[in-house]
Design a protein around this ligand. Structure first.
Ligand code: LIP
Length: 255
């Protein structure tokens, strides 16, 4: 696989974020669940262009139904669609390569800040070209934690906020970036230290989890099991100390 060609395609696809006509063409997939023509355009563009350069690799995307090939690209064309709709300028394109057993390559690009994360299994993560060191394993009192609540998952409000309250009291502070891919990549880069959310999808975390693990972080579902790449899951991650605090709080409140 020509990895640089794949990275270039992700960056090229992200230009649609700046197309006002596409951005304001918004539909609802469900209550509080937006999809814009940007999501669809990026998904269609990458499906076609990845199909040309890697015809033997299947394609799974947030905006694409269908059979799952064992070896596949896993794409979130826009992670942070609500942010995009509100022009909050914090979204990313997230692409992972799943080899049938695990994710071995991933690219996350934030077109607003031009932040580029490229992760390769066993070879670490490059952030804007620079190899990231191991993420610092801060004491919980010094940890910044992304609180993922998901505006479409209000049924989990009690649980989410009970966990968040414990974490807020034990850690330095909470953040709500609302782009899971970027938040997890930020944990890898040491800009955040942990993240939890009751129900997200493989395209939200596939590329970023590889990056997190390469930087010494830990990720699992809320039972402590490895996250799946073919169905939705609960998700918790962090550097080791932050992960333990998050899991303790989840065990106290998750029913
Ligand atoms: C969203 C995530 C967000 C999470 C939502 C949703 P989308 O992805 O990035 O952080 O809270 O549940 O999954 O729909 O914007 O790609």
């Amino acid at each position: 696989m020509n990895e640089q060609a794949v990275i270039n395609l992700v960056i090229e696809a992200s230009r649609f974020v700046f197309d006002e006509a596409l951005k304001t063409d918004v539909a609802m997939k469900g209550k509080a669940d937006f999809v814009t023509a940007v999501d669809l355009k990026i998904s269609g563009f990458l499906k076609e262009r990845l199909g040309e350069i890697t015809p033997d690799i299947g394609f799974m995307s947030e905006e694409e139904e269908g059979e799952l090939a064992p070896r596949r690209w896993i794409l979130d064309p826009i992670d942070g669609t609500t942010n995009l709709v509100y022009d909050f300028r914090l979204s990313s394109v997230s692409l992972a390569y799943f080899d049938g057993k695990r994710v071995t390559f991933g690219v996350i690009y934030n077109p607003y800040t031009k932040e580029l994360f490229v992760g390769k299994r066993g070879e670490g993560v490059r952030y804007n070209g620079r190899l990231l060191p191991k993420a610092p394993d801060r004491d919980p009192a010094d940890c910044l934690i992304e609180f993922g609540a998901g505006s479409t998952k209000k049924q989990y409000t009690e649980e989410h906020f009970a966990i968040a309250k414990d974490v807020f009291l034990e850690c330095l502070d909470l953040r709500r970036m609302c782009s899971s891919a970027l938040a997890i990549a930020y944990v890898a880069a040491g800009k955040l230290n942990g993240y939890f959310e009751r129900a997200i999808k493989p395209w939200d975390y596939a590329a970023a989890t590889l990056m997190l693990e390469e930087c010494g972080g830990v990720a699992s579902d809320w039972q402590g099991k490895p996250v799946p790449y073919d169905k939705p899951s609960s998700y918790v991650c962090g550097t080791p100390k932050a992960y333990r605090v998050l899991m303790d709080s989840i065990r106290r409140h998750h029913t």
